[in-house]
Every structure is written in structure tokens, then in C-alpha cells.
Design a protein around this ligand. Sequence first.
Ligand code: XMP
Length: 513
Amino acid sequence: MQNQKVLILNFGGQYDQLIARRVRECKVYCEVRPYTMTLAEIKEYDPIGIIFTGGPDSVYKEDSLHPADGILTMGIPILGICYGCQLLAHHLGGAVVEAGEGNAREYGKTLTHYDTSCLLFDGLPEEGISWMSHGDYMEKVPEGFSLTAHSAMCPNVAICDENRKLYGVQFHPEVNHTENGTAMIHNFLYKICGAVGDWTMEDYMHRCIREIREKVGAGTVLLALSGGVDSSVCAALFAEAIGSQLTCVFVDHGLLRKQEGDEVEAAFKKWDIHLIRVNAAKRFLSKLAGVAEPEKKRKIIGEEFIRVFEEEGKKIGKTDFLAQGTIYPDVIESGKGNAETIKSHHNVGGLPDFVDFKEIIEPLRLLFKDEVRELGRKLGLPEYLVMRQPFPGPGLAIRIIGEVTEEKLEILREADFIFREEIAKANLEKTMNQYFAALTNMKSVGVMGDGRTYDWAVVLRSVTTEDFMTADWTRIPYEVLDRVSGRIVNEVSHVNRVLYDITSKPPATVEFE
Ligand code: XMP
């Protein structure tokens, strides 16, 4: 059975993923597609509703982005957000102009008044804060539309034509700052588009398992398991669907955290799959010997990873399918132009061209991270794996500043373990999105007992973030930091100093290299 679907047409807005998240939170399936989608493609997709995203353009400019002709008369309900709202006005006989100073240009939190007789605002408070970010405004509302919201600066904050089921809002209901924003989206979906809320993880899991079985038949599947959330959930899904036809190659590059390799192995014991753990620590370390430059380290690890996987693939012989744990944000992101390379991220993903296989299967490519976690739970993966914080492909190598050695890895593993243990004891895990220890390349003088020491400094890092593009350092209580520091200098040899990184991103990055 097909789910009901909502189509989000992307006009280059900053919040396109957030809109999709909100729709899925309302238990309605949706996809973000480019604004260039043709009428025929839209008909084939068969949405119950369409959302136009915001965008940086001005609708009245010559080279601005517009949807397919005829989309507004298809009879499918449409919600236009910001630029999307202006598109409705522009195409239906209204007028959009550049807002002047003190005249309708709005940015940030804005007190907004709503007409709750409009279905979009039905049942919600008559006023509240909304998040505005627009430099243009609807000077003239198109015929057939009524005004349904205003603010002090702007009389035309929302419009609707309930007969044609066309709705537009200048503000961003998908952003957390907008009070009742998700409830407005919920109204659009349920009261206007007729959604029934049929998007559940349980259904999705069963459907995925069925589809994998149909596609794979009696064939074989190979998967590179990193131990991260995505590849683990992907492996569990295939394990459940096709059991012994699945081979997982888990390359232990020796740059994992304490106990991590064993935990990953243990989590997959309950399924009848072939799990090959390649202990390649020596090999990686010898390639990294004497290398201190971060990008060089990253490249060496990425390449070596592929070599090891390739060798294992050859041993296994012909494989019918390659499975990858690509998730939806990766898919949406890769559709955009590339920003400047700050760090060459290495993922276990993009492997291909050497293993002999027919096709790649990516069963998570339409899921967001929290949906992936929920799916993992439904499949019976342990909580520590499902809730695992992001861990970079190059592992501890980019948390040791400068050259990587076995001794330094040992120091870092122990210090990092203590930090994580104390955070867990203090019940702070949910207040931070990523936290870890790193080893600096600084030695300094200390005193222990009655003797002088000359040892390494460990640095603790913890960030709070929504998307890892920007991040704030976490205000960890002093007493917790104190316990961590005390334990590290006492329990880990060759460390005599513990620092806490209080830099946000930007200007710093989350990782040190
Ligand atoms: P940065 O250091 O760029 O990190 O601020 C942002 C997020 O990305 C993770 N990260 C990586 N993840 N391969 C990955 O899979 C990589 O090479 C890599 N480098 C950084 C980092 O842990 C943080 O969550």
C-alpha cells in the first residue's frame, strides 16, 4: 500500500529540510524536489498537497525561479511559504514589490495576529510570535484571496483562498521560533489536504523488508559496516530481510573509541549474517607514521579504507548488490552546489567502482536521522548503538593533533572513555550533541606527588547544535568538568593537564583537524 504523499517544491530556501521534517513529524510522507519538476512529473508523483519553500529570489525579477505552468490550477492544495507565498500572489494577479525601510521589511521574531476562521489557523491562538525573513512584500493581494494575518509592520502576512485551497504565509511556520508553526502545518495537512497520518516507522520497516526480499531474491548483498548509526541500521534491516545472504565487512582501522569494535560485533550476533571484522590497525598506523598534516591524514585513511574493503570484496568474489546507509539529508545536500572544502569528509559510503556488483541499494535514502534511529530501535538494535553520537570516518586520528601513534591512541581512548562515562553519570548526554576528548600536541610541566612531570594535555570538546554546520560549546557544570579532569590526570598515564574548549563553530570546527 502506498502512503499519502506531500510534495515540497524547493525554490532554494534555507529551511527546505526543516519543512520536510515537520511534515513527517505530522506522520505524513513527503519529499523535497526541485522547483523545475514538470506538470507531468507532479501528476505522476500524485501528492495530496504541495508546499512551495522560501527562496532568496524576488518573484518580479526576470531570472527568478517559477514553478511549472498550470500547477496552481491542478486542484491540489498549495501552501506557499515566504517566497512561495509571493509566487502565489505574483501568478494570480496580486503584486509583490521590494519592501522599503520601515515598511513591511521584516526579519526575526515578530508578533503576528491571525484570523482563526482560516483553516490554516483553525483552533490556534489569535496572536503569537512568527519568524520572518523577507525583503519583499505583497502590495496587492490577488483577487479571490482574503488576508488572514498581519503584524505591526506588515498588513499582508498571510493570504488564503479556501475555495481553491491556496494558502500563503510570509513567515516560516517550519522554524521553531514560530509559535504553533507545526500546528499550522498540521492544519494544512489534515484539515486542508485530507491527510490521514499513515506514515509510521512500523509500516515503513515492513515495507522495506518486503521490498528488499523481492529485489534481492536469492542474491547476495555486501555492506560496509562502520558502526555508525546509519550503516548499523542499514545492516540490521538487511539482516532481518535476508539474513545469511548478507555479508558485512567491518573494517576496524584501529582508530575507534574504547570497546567500540566489540560493541558493534556484539550487536549483530543475533542475526544469521556473515560479519567479517578486518583488524587492520597495524596497516593504518604504518601508513600514518610520521604524518602530521590533517588533510594528508584524512586522505590516507580514506584511501586505505577503500583498499581494505576492495581486498575483502575480492576474497568474497561476486556480489549481486552493494548496500549503503545513505540518508535523506545526504541526498538533499548532494543536490546542491558544493561549498568550499573546509575538510574532506570521509564516509564509508561512496565506495563502489571496484567490487563486482549489479546494483546499489540504499533503503534509508528517504529517512531523516531521527527516523533512522527509530527504525533501528524497531529492528532491535541496542540503545547505545542507535543513539550513538556522530563519529567521524577517520576516527581518533583527527582527534590526535599531529602524528598518530599507538601510545597516543591508548591515552586518548582512556581519556575519552572517562569523559563519556562521567557525562553519562551526570545524565547530561541529551543536553549535548557531540562530546569527546582530543589529544593536543602540547607537552607541559606539572607536578605530581613530589615530582616534576612533563606530559601531554588532553582537551575536552562538547557542542550543542542542530545541524553541525554551526555549533555552540556546551556549558558543562564546573563540578562535572572537575570530576572528569581529576579522573583523567589520575587514571591516564602521561597526561598532566586537561583543557576545555570554549570555542563555537564558526570560527572553530567541531573536530580539531
Ligand atoms: P566539523 O569538524 O567539520 O564536523 O565541524 C562537523 C561534523 O562532521 C563530523 N565529521 C565527519 N564525519 N567523516 C564523517 O563521517 C569525516 O571525515 C568527518 N569529519 C568531521 C564531525 O564529527 C561533526 O559531527
